[in-house]
Design a protein. Structure first.
Length: 157
């Protein structure tokens, strides 16, 4: 039997981003919930059927229908319209723990989203390489949704 252990840096993942949105806190938060849930898509535009239960302990999961799916995380904290935090394996089906935080604030006439994804565990290189692309895609769609005509539909839900 052979065992190897790399340095601690290979066991961690950190993504920090700031997203500026020309919309109110409330509209931006609604757009975030919509995009993370029923409007979620892969970076190539392929629908990614997700459900988000926006309350403490609520699930964020990929819904494959007929009782099938994949739990991505649980809502660890929610404080409308300034905080949304998740804890769970996300898209990683192996020993890993992730924390995802969205902190929203009003600055200079726009909403600033401070995003942080921290992960710890046996993170596969494929996921390490693709995680920023995935988050960038989601965040751009949140911005577009909040700033565009989709924002009104997101608030009504």
């Amino acid at each position: 039997m052979t065992s190897t252990l790399s340095g601690i840096e290979s066991l961690t993942l950190t993504v920090n981003q700031e997203i500026r949105v020309h919309a109110s806190l409330e509209v931006t938060f609604a757009a975030l919930l919509e995009q993370m849930g029923p409007a979620n898509e892969m970076p190539d535009g392929t629908p990614l059927p997700m459900k988000l239960e926006p309350w403490p302990g609520g699930r964020w999961f990929r819904d494959l229908g007929e009782g099938n799916g994949h739990l991505w995380a649980n809502v660890q904290a929610i404080k409308r319209p300034t905080l949304l935090e998740f804890s769970g394996p996300l898209f990683m089906s192996y020993p890993v723990a992730n924390n995802v935080q969205y902190r929203l604030s009003h600055e200079g006439g726009e909403t600033l989203i401070r995003f942080c994804h921290s992960g710890f565990g046996l993170i596969q290189d494929e996921h390490r390489r693709g995680v920023t692309t995935g988050w960038n895609s989601i965040h751009e769609r949140v911005r577009q949704r909040a700033e565009g005509s989709l924002a009104t539909a997101a608030i009504r839900k």
